[in-house]
Design a protein around this ligand. Structure first.
Ligand code: NOJ
Length: 587
């Protein structure tokens, strides 16, 4: 058995016998890792993921569009930053009506982004630098322009007809279950050429594939195998709940076929033992286990949308209870599974899982104007403009990096890029990476107006916010993020360990403790802009000194074993018992 995992198993056993305070806050009967094939390659349990839109990152040939060669040129920057997994947004041929999530050929690279050769070189160079790469696989739907759909609509007798989901009559729920309410009008659209309605959970140019057809299943398997053969280290599976639903069942409460996830997992593991699936599934806690599967038969990782939304609510309201509850509600997952924690992504900040009152609170605090909101449930802003100041930014990133799971950041987050609300829908958060104060932010040497314009006005203009300037400034957000990434890499307890929330006497302060292989971390975050006096204690770290990992400070407990700290407004602290990481079992 892999050493890491045997350590994990030992650890899991250990916390069954820990003191009650610890045990209460942890799953009562952790599952054992029983099958060797499931224990291979658990690298995703503890890494730093960086999300890139190839077309917005770096343009190498001056045509105004970022490309794979440009991304390859910037790999040393990414290595310097310390990220070790790159997640590429879709780059296959696409009319780009939905930022590439509308594909016309699954087996290639969009010509505006480069060639298959460029891609092979990119993968080689990324691997040479110790970085893994995962790509987005959009397997719920194709573009309406995909030759399969073109053939299907043209010819009733074509084998492709049944690759999509049709109805002769307009279904009763034709305008139910929209993913983009306010923009999208329906989920069944009439196609004149086909003489029938087709199903689409997303925009009408994204017809749903029919997973009931074995040919679709076989094709999807070919697509997954193909990209794993291109040496990818896994994939982000787009829109998982929609892939596995029966589109003919109730739109608002559909039937799900979880066996589909198991077959993705089996195929992935057979084709490449260490490859992973990172699932996009914004689901409720009681559904998590169906997606992760028993003992690692499902998706390896999922974005923790539930914690994300409650984190924003707790930040907005300063009421920490909802975040604590969301953390506890999403804790009990198999030991080989992992959460991907994040703040913002390429979509809107989706607040659909909050109550209306909670959502309104987040709107009020972080997106008060109508043009900042989207789809009746979210906010289309980048993080920096949503928050008050640098201090709060640091606290919020430190918090996200300290949550159980693997952190995911989006390109541009590391320099605190802004958004462009004059752009439509989610395009606001997809503007080009700001490399320097040169023309087009150093993103492109094109002598024409860019289709995707750089931010050139105001506080977040590339003239003020760019990589080059921040590299030279030791106090820049970029250098701070780099330090945070470094720190997170030195704290494997977070990726691998068990955790509990400690009782702190301040309602505004979150204190979490991690334990892994005998090593203990205590992480403190002040959600308030006011300084706080906090005292906390725990079964495991009471009576011992805590070493601050970010500055010279040794925190001694008082006689009763209680730790007391004065923490500044939006302050954060990372402590370890005994300072340096010393693991019992990493031989
Ligand atoms: C989820 C992706 O994150 C989003 O950007 C896209 O529009 C939909 N899936 C449809 O593919």
């Amino acid at each position: 058995m892999n050493k890491f995992v045997s350590g994990l198993a030992v650890n899991l056993l250990m916390f069954m016998v820990l003191p009650t305070a610890w045990a209460q806050d942890n799953p009562p009967t952790p599952k054992k890792i029983s099958s060797p094939h499931q224990t291979k390659g658990l690298w995703y349990k503890n890494c730093i993921i960086y999300n890139v839109d190839v077309d917005a990152f770096k343009d190498s040939d001056g045509d105004g569009i970022g490309d794979i060669k440009g991304l390859t040129q910037q790999l040393d920057y990414l290595r310097m930053l310390g990220v070790n997994v790159l997640w590429l947004a879709p780059f296959q041929p696409s009319p780009m009506q939905d930022n590439g999530y509308d594909i016309t050929d699954y087996y290639g690279v969009d010509p505006s982004l480069g060639t298959e050769g460029d891609f092979a070189e990119f993968i080689y160079q990324a691997h040479m630098r110790g970085m893994r790469v995962i790509n987005d696989l959009v397997l719920n739907h194709t573009s309406i322009q995909h030759p399969w759909f073109q053939e299907a609509r043209r010819n009733k007798n074509s084998r492709y007809r049944d690759w999509y989901v049709w109805s002769e009559e307009r279904p009763d729920d034709w305008n139910k279950g929209m993913v983009f309410p306010g923009v999208q009008q329906e989920t069944w659209t009439y196609d004149k050429e086909a003489g029938a309605y087709y199903s689409h959970r997303f925009y009408k140019f994204q017809p749903d594939l029919n997973y009931k057809n074995p040919e679709v299943q076989a094709e999807v398997e070919r697509i997954i195998s193909f990209w794993l053969r291109q040496d990818l280290d896994g994939y982000r599976l787009d829109a998982v709940p929609f892939i596995i639903e029966d589109p003919r069942s109730d739109r608002e409460d559909p039937i799900h076929y979880f066996e589909q996830i198991t077959s993705f997992r089996k195929l992935t593991q057979w084709r490449k033992g260490e490859a992973i699936i990172l699932g996009e599934a914004n689901v409720l806690p009681d559904e998590n286990m169906r997606y992760f599967g028993d003992e690692g038969t499902g998706i390896h990782m999922m974005f923790n949308f539930y914690v994300n939304q409650h984190m924003f609510y707790s930040l907005a309201s300063k009421d920490l209870q909802p975040l604590k509850k969301a953390l506890r509600d999403t804790r009990d997952i198999p030991p080989t599974s992992q959460w991907a924690q994040f703040l913002r992504n390429h979509d809107e900040l989706d607040l659909g899982r909050l109550t209306e009152a909670q959502r309104n609170k987040v709107f009020e605090e972080f997106g008060p104007k109508k043009n900042m909101q989207l789809y009746e449930r979210g906010i289309r802003r980048r993080l920096a403009p949503m928050l008050q100041n640098r201090k709060q930014m640091e606290m919020v990133y430190s918090l996200m990096f300290s949550l159980p799971g693997t952190p995911v950041i989006r390109y541009g987050d590391e320099i605190a890029m802004g958004d462009d609300l004059s752009l439509k829908e989610r395009e606001a958060v997809r503007t080009p990476m700001q490399w320097s104060a040169d023309k087009n932010a150093g993103f492109s040497s094109a002598n024409k107006k860019l289709d995707n314009p750089v931010i050139d006005k105001g506080e977040y203009s590339y003239k003020r916010v760019n990589v080059e300037a921040q590299l030279r400034d030791p106090n820049s957000f970029l250098n701070w993020t780099k330090k945070l990434i470094d720190l997170r890499k030195q704290c494997p307890e977070i990726g691998w360990g068990a955790w509990q929330i400690l009782e702190a006497n301040s309602p505004d302060v979150l204190v979490m403790e991690y334990e892994w292989n005998g090593s203990h971390l205590v992480l403190v975050h002040n959600f308030s802009e006011q300084p706080q006096q906090v005292s906390f204690t725990s079964g495991a770290t009471a009576k011992v000194r805590l070493e601050n990992l970010l500055q010279q400070e040794t925190l001694k407990p008082d006689k009763a074993g209680v730790h007391k700290i004065n923490i500044e407004g939006y302050g954060y602290r990372w402590y370890r018992v005994g300072g340096l990481l010393r693991l019992n079992d990493l031989k």
